[in-house]
Structure formats: C-alpha cells, structure tokens
Design a binder for this molecule. Sequence first.
Ligand code: ZN
Length: 256
Amino acid sequence: MDPFSTDAILIRRTEYGDHDLIITYFTRRMGRLSVMAKNAKLSVKRFAGALDPFSVMKIHCTWPKRKNRLPILNNVDIKTAFARIRTNAVNTGYASYWLEMVNAWMEEGKQDHELYDLLLHVLDGLNGGKMDVQALSLLFQIRFMSISGFNPTLSCCGICETPIDNISQGRITFDFAEGQLICNTCGAGSIRHGITVSKGTLKQLFWINGSDIGRAERLKFSPEAIVEGQRLLEAFIPCHIGRDMKSLVVLRRLRH
Ligand SMILES: [Zn+2]
C-alpha cells in the first residue's frame, strides 16, 4: 500500500453505498483523480470541512493492493476553504461551471500545472471579490481554451488571415465548428453554426488571453464586451468539449 500526497482542489463528490464517498479532485501532481473516502458519510469529524466543493487541500492517500481500485483517502489538510464563494449563489454558479469544464476536459492522471494554477487563481479572485465575476469568468474561459489547445483565432480571419483592424465590417462572424473568425469576403454568410461579434470585444478577449494575468485582471471590460464575450465563450466551450454542461444551465438561470 504505497502512500502518496498531493495538493488538490475538490471538484465533485458522489455517494457510494451507505457509508462511502467517491471524491474527484483536480490535483497538482496527478491531474484529475478520483479517490474513495471510506466511511466519510459516517465519520464527519475525520473529513471535517474537507468535503466542500472548491476547497483546496493537501490529500494523503494510499494505493490499494488490488488493481483497478480507487486510491483510498486517508486524511486531508485544508489549505483554503474558499468559503466566501459558497455564500453567494451566482458566485457558486460560476465556480461550478469552471469546475465542470475542468472535470470534463481533464484526463484521469494527466497533470497540468498551468491549468491547476489558473483555476486556483480565479477561485482565489472570486473568493476575494475584488474583480467582477463576469470578467473573471471570461479570463478563465479564454485561458482555459489556450491551455487546452483549442485556442480560437480571434485576431484575424481564419481563412484569408486579414487582421481584424483591416476588415471593413464592424462585426465579424465566429464559426463554432472551426473555432475561427470568417470575414464576409471569405463566406461568413454560409456559416451554419456561428455568431457575430464586435471587433472591440474580440480585441479585449485577445488581449486578456495574451497578457500577464495580473495586468489582464485589471482590464475594464465594456458592458457590451461582457455580454458578447459570455455569449461567444459559453457557446464555444461546450461545443468543443463535446457535451452540454449542466452547470451552465443553472448559471444562466441564476444570472437572470
Ligand atoms: Zn477572410
């Protein structure tokens, strides 16, 4: 029974039988990891405070003797509970959406330090309440896509490569299937699954993706860019992850 420890963010928990829980974490060392918390439903004290979503902790586990069994969670050290996120329904909605993105995208056991640090950063920002939550969500989504390799083309037409400043239209079509902008000359009219986005919004999204994260956080989005950015990214991400996201349905309801 080899022991191991790693920093981890709690993504979800599922009941298993009458006494146990299966807990899924995004870990720093091992990517997404599901572990068995034996008797967690009975012995509340043992995992006190450690079963809440968004909590960041160091988990201590052991590999079971038998193959194809989940690691056993022995105990945890809470690092930060991010408890203020859970006191606000909309903030909880955003954090749940981010976690669902990570859970849907990450492969079990594949580490991704960059994504781990990004998630930690936005959860901390959300908990601190210093940055507008909608802007924070745009920041997370656009950077999530770069890290995951989607990296949509937002600076030029994806076909003729004309930079958006040199395209004479005010709004440019984004093609969800190809993940790129298409100018009118290149046939934007024939795109079946796309939306039009203003140049101003595209520039702001492109900028927060490429800048240092500290500077990116200080960008003041125009109200139009918030709405358009949300519409673009919240449609594009499920499309590329390849499934509908329950948390997004809830988030949309909460926002209204
Ligand atoms: Zn073009």
